[in-house]
Write a protein that binds this ligand. Structure first.
Ligand code: MG
Length: 166
């Protein structure tokens, strides 16, 4: 009987976007009702950007800026979930499978408790993985710094990938 062995790689991703008026607040492709939204190319989805960076890091494929330079008009107003699907294709090409993702959303406002389940479901769907493999935490910054002043939302994400050793 042949023994199946896997190699494992972890990756970390962080991102921060400024909260500004007249933007829809999108977190993990979920629209959160709030008077402010995140500034940035496309939808400024800080959750998806941090998860993408964690995935690329684990797979040794660089970072989001390398893969989708904002100087390239192709990515100028690209939807974050489109970038996400591109990254998933790359992972597939190199046979990487997600083990789990742990995501921290640092936000003073809005209160994310009631939205965590929906964000978790949405990110799990995008990752094409089970709900149980994704975890979302929401933390305030105790009033400290740009996050604490509700000027920005920041995300930290860790992922673990595995692939079968040939
Ligand atoms: Mg970003």
């Amino acid at each position: 009987m042949t023994e199946i062995t896997y190699e494992y790689r972890s990756g970390i991703g962080t991102d921060i976007h400024r909260l500004v008026p007249d933007r829809r607040l999108m977190l993990g492709r979920v629209h959160i009702p709030f008077p402010l939204g995140l500034l940035g190319h496309s939808d400024g989805d800080v959750v998806l950007h941090a998860v993408i960076d964690a995935l690329l890091g684990a797979a040794g494929l660089g970072d989001i800026g390398m893969m989708f330079p904002d100087t390239d008009p192709q990515w100028k107003d690209a939807d974050s979930s489109e970038l996400f699907l591109r990254v998933r294709e790359h992972l597939k090409k190199y046979r990487w499978q997600l083990v789990n993702a742990d995501i921290i959303i640092h936000a003073e406002l809005p209160k994310l408790g009631p939205h965590k389940g929906q964000i978790r479901r949405s990110v799990a769907d995008l990752l094409d993985t089970d709900f149980a493999n994704v975890n979302i935490k929401a933390k305030t910054a105790e009033g400290l710094g740009p996050v604490g002043r509700a000027e920005a939302i920041e995300v930290t994400c860790v992922v673990l990938l595995k692939r079968r050793v040939k």
